[in-house]
Structures are given as C-alpha cells and as structure tokens.
Design a protein around this ligand. Structure first.
Ligand code: FAD
Ligand code: SIN
Length: 534
C-alpha cells in the first residue's frame, strides 16, 4: 500500500489527527491502523474526564497552567503548558461538535469535577466512562468520513527508514527519514509494507510492562520501542505514573480503576486501622498530586504489611455517587462491596507514561516525516508528573498541531518512495514458534522485575539488579526473534523489554528524587533541571 497520511493508533490522538486530515483533503485517502479492534485503546478506559478551563468566572488559564507546573515538579516546558491549556477548550468544543456528551447540571451548565492537584473544578466528564464516550464520538465521526480507511488487526512491527535500504543509521545520523511501516496482518499472517509521505505514531502507553496496571493489553509501548530501534530520540521514561486507587482484586489484570474524581467528590483514603492517613503526608490530603498520594499509600501498605488500603465513600450521598459513578458502583457490587456500606480496597497501579518519543511543539519527532502524539509522545507538558485529566487534552491539542504542521510538510515532500523499492520483510530462516510458553514466561518475568525493582520507590541497587535481569531477557528474546516467525506476542514482548530498559536507564541517569521518580539513595532534588534523553 502507498498513502500520503498513515496513522498508527485509533485512540484519541490518532483519530483527532485523522479526522482533521481527512476533512482537509477529501480527495486523499487517510489510513488508520490499529492492532486489535478500533475501540480497544487506553482512551476507551478513561474515567475521570478531560481538564479544561470552562468556568471563566472562577477559573483561569493562569490557574490551570500553575497547577500543571506544580504537578510537573520543575520539569514541564512552560511554553508547551501554555499552549495546551490555552488551546484545550477549543479542542473540547470540537469533540462536543462531533457528538461527545459531557454531563450537565440541572441548570444546563457543564458539571465540572475536581481531581488531585487541580485548584478549581475543571474536569468535564461523562459519568465515570468519559473515555468510552469520547472514543464513541470519534469513531462515529470516522465512520461518516468516507476517505478514512480504518484497518483493524494489523500490528505495526517497525517504521521503515534508510536503515532498511541498506544505509548505516546511527544516533548521530541527522536526516533519518520515515518512509512508512512494516505491518503484520494478524489474520493473514503476512507481513506487508505501507509507504507514506507522513506517518503519525499514536500508539499509546506502556503500562503492561508492570504486573499491576490500569492499562489494557494493547498498552505495550510499541511506538516508543520502534522509534528507539530506528535511532530516534526518547526522553524521560523514568516518570511512570502510578494511579493511587486501582481496585484491589488479586489476579485480575488489568486492574479496574477507581477514578480520582471519587476523591474529588469526598472519598477518603484510610489505612488498615481506619485512620485517614493522607493528612500526615500533605496539606492537600486526598487531593494531593498523584505521586504524593501513591507514595503515601505505598508507605502505609509497607508499614502495616497489607496489600491495599481503603477508599471510604460510606459517608457520601449514595444517590449522587450512583449518578456520577454508575460503572464503579456496579463493579464494586459485583465483587460484593456496597460502597454505601463498605470501604473499597484499593492499591496503586502503573497508569501513565509521562515520557516517550521526544517531540517539539508541533508534534515532530527527531525522525523526519514522523510525528508522534498522545501518550506515546513526550511533548514537555507533564514534566516529572502528569496532572490528572491532562492527557486526553494533550492528545487533542497535539493531534491538531501535528495536523497543521503536516499541511506545510506535505507541500515540501516531492513524491514518495515506491513500495517496490523497499525490501520485503526478511522471514528467511525463521520457523513457527516451538514453545509459546517461552514468550509468556519471559513476559511474566519482565513484569515481575519491573514491579519489584522499578516501582514507586527505587534504589540504586534495585535498578542495577533490574538492568542485569533485563539484559538476560533481552538476549534470550532477541535470539528467539531471529529464529522465529514474528507474531504480535513476540513483538510485544520485545517492545516491552525495550521499554523496561528505557525506564531503568532513565532512572539510573536521574540522580535525584523528583516527581514520579523517587530514589531513596538520592532524596534531594538536583539544582540542574534536565530531561533524560536516550
Ligand atoms: P490509546 O488510546 O491507547 O490508543 C493507542 C492505539 O494504538 C490503539 O488503537 C492501539 O491498537 C494502537 N497501537 C499500539 N501499538 C500498535 C501497533 N504496534 N500496531 C498497530 N496499532 C498499535 N486521561 C485523562 O486525561 N483523563 C482520564 O480520566 C483518564 N483516565 C484513564 C483511565 C484509565 C483506566 C487509563 C488506562 C488511562 C486514563 N487516562 C486518562 C489516560 C488516557 O486515557 C490516555 O493517556 C490516552 O487515552 C491515550 O490516548 P492515545 O490516543 O495516545 O492512545
Ligand atoms: C482518573 O479518572 O482518576 C484518571 C484520570 C487520569 O488519569 O487523568
């Protein structure tokens, strides 16, 4: 296949870009590829909502900017924060025009929720299933846009660059160019080539590298790993956000989220003794930024030898709770918890990757003709810790910015490389996997290593141990990769090992504790504000 615009990922970032491009060029075909079903994305599982300055009487851009900067703990790019906060409301209006419904008060105003780190109520939401509603609206708009070709069940293996044409490409090559992708058609098991003038990576997060995560199975950091292999720039991977309150259900993966909006409406965290412990840790108590709340919970669990704490909602108005959080209410009932009578057992879970593929203010990566946006990108918005509900906003703002920039870029690109000039995928010498167990077992080992040694609290020794073990997994998996026909399972494992390596490497380079990266051997913040670029 050959196309002008190729988008990998059908979450909020990919679809925002695709819709804009397709509407601008109704005569051109825009291709969106997704590795499972179109709606199986992190986007679909977003609960709390999308942050945006809406109530201009009480709220202001300055306040939202300030809150984002405080959460980011010194590492946000202030220019990017200003861009996202100021352009955000316009993007929210657009998705409302596509048909997304956000909850309203009785008087017809948008009902604005509050979450940790926000000084004002500014979260637009649809019950506790905001992401599902936004994904629905986007996919419906896509279905009415004739020139978008949405291809499901196609797994992108690698981006194509000069390397595949036989040239030496290193980190210092300054004109690395993306010509398209190699993709495994999961149904036919064939590996195909798609060339594109412009490619956008919108492949989402990487929570699956940890044993306990809120992220669905698709979140395996494929885009980050592909760019790293292609010698592009990756940054700040050590900043993994653990959501403080995932439902504690041993053996269930992914973990069901109990949105922070529950604490925004009055839910209180309590330890085994029933003590409301957050006041010991931060004056903002249960609504302190996530890094602080997650570390406090981790500490309480370790002190008390428990595997969870409790989120107490028994004092809250039951009718209001059920109205705002019907999905959570139902889920808790299914496991025998009536939130009006019993506290909810919760524990932190890996939730969001603040770092990723380094981009500039237009979503350009370090590789020519390749953009990245959404969770796989590191735009500079989140710094060392993301403010709740800023990611859906960021994805839409950068979807628009990458689109605007692409309009100029497409004029500059004369022709595209022909598919025939790209070598076919080399499958020679590879065979069917003899033992799938090798893949599943290695993946378990990886999750274990990352959770035990590279979690909320880190030390130098733990990081060294993690790296040694990852090295071994890397070697064994590369060997398997060379000998075996590629499958999504094998590619995901390989990508997850790369992501694990990047997280550990970033953590080892950062000799300080800042935001989400907390290392007890380096408790002080460094006076040098730096992004770790790998
Ligand atoms: P995604 O929505 O994850 O989409 C990724 C896409 O890439 C998928 O279509 C996938 O199939 C595709 N893909 C990946 N790899 C490949 C490959 N190799 N080949 C082909 N396709 C591929 N943020 C907020 O702002 N507010 C919230 O309330 C909120 N709640 C959340 C609750 C949960 C439980 C979770 C998990 C996250 C939440 N977040 C929230 C974070 C937010 O949902 C995500 O950061 C955001 O949706 C990411 O969007 P995206 O478009 O970048 O990626
Ligand atoms: C939540 O609803 O608590 C998640 C919000 C987010 O991750 O931004």
């Amino acid at each position: 296949m050959q196309t002008d615009f190729l988008i990998i990922g059908s979450g909020i970032a990919g679809l925002t870009y695709a819709l804009k491009m397709a509407k601008h060029f109704p005569e051109k075909r825009v291709i969106v590829i997704t590795k499972t079903q179109a709606d199986e994305t992190n986007t679909k599982y977003a609960q709390g909502g999308i942050a945006g300055v809406w109530d201009e009487e009480k709220d202001s851009f300055e306040k939202h900017i300030e809150d984002t900067l405080i959460a980011g703990d010194g590492l946000c790019n202030e220019k990017i924060v200003e861009i996202v906060v100021k352009e955000g409301p316009e993007r929210i209006r657009e998705i409302i025009n596509y048909g997304a419904r956000f909850d309203k008060t009785d008087s017809g105003e948008y009902a604005l929720g509050k979450e940790g780190g926000h000084s004002e109520n500014r979260i637009l939401h649809h019950k506790d299933i905001t992401g599902q509603e936004m994904e629905r609206a986007l996919l419906e708009e896509v279905s009415q846009t004739n020139n978008i070709l949405l291809i499901n069940h196609c797994f992108v293996i690698d981006i194509i660059t000069q390397h595949h044409l036989g040239y030496l490409v290193t980190k210092s090559t300054n004109d690395i160019t993306c010509y398209g992708v190699y993709v495994l058609n999961v149904n036919s098991k064939q590996i195909e080539k798609i060339t594109a003038k412009i490619t956008l990576l919108a492949t989402g997060g990487n929570g699956q590298v940890y044993r306990t995560t809120t992220n669905p199975r698709i979140a395996t950091g494929d885009g980050v790993a592909m760019v790293y292999r292609a010698k592009g720039r990756i940054e700040n991977m050590e900043f993994i956000q653990f959501h403080p309150t995932a439902l504690y259900e041993p053996g269930v993966s992914p973990s069901f989220l109990i949105t922070e909006a529950v604490r925004g409406d009055g839910g209180i965290l309590r330890n085994k003794q029933g003590e409301a412990f957050m006041e010991k840790y931060d004056p903002r108590k249960d609504l302190a930024p996530r890094d602080i709340v997650a570390r406090a919970i981790d500490n309480e669990m370790k002190k008390n030898g428990t595997e969870h704490v409790y989120l107490d909602c028994t004092h809250m108005d039951k009718e209001k709770f059920v109205h705002h959080f019907p999905n959570i209410y139902e889920k808790c009932l299914q496991i025998g918890i009536d939130v009006a009578k019993q506290p909810i057992p919760v524990a932190p879970a890996a939730h969001y990757s603040c770092g990723g593929i380094k981009t500039d203010e237009m979503g350009r990566t370090s590789i020519k003709h390749l953009y990245a946006c959404g969770e796989c990108a590191s735009t500079g918005l989140h710094g060392a810790n993301r403010l709740a509900s800023n990611s859906l906003l960021e994805a839409m703002v950068f979807g628009e910015r990458a689109y605007l920039d692409s309009l100029d870029l497409i004029q500059e690109i004369n022709g595209t490389i022909r598919v025939e000039d790209i070598p076919d995928w080399k499958a020679k010498g590879t065979g069917e996997p003899k033992e799938m167990i090798l893949i599943t077992q290695t993946r378990k080992e990886l999750e274990q290593i990352m959770s035990d040694y590279v979690g909320i609290v880190r030390t130098d020794v733990r990081l060294t141990r993690a790296m040694r073990r990852l090295d071994l997994l890397y070697e064994e998996t590369e060997e398997l990769y060379r000998a075996t026909k590629v499958s999504p399972q094998l590619c995901e494992l390989r990508n997850l090992i790369t992501v694990g390596y990047l997280i550990v490497k970033g953590a080892q380079f950062r000799k300080e504790s800042r935001g989400l990266h907390y290392n007890t051997d380096h408790l002080e913040k460094s006076s040098l504000l730096q992004n770790i670029i790998l």
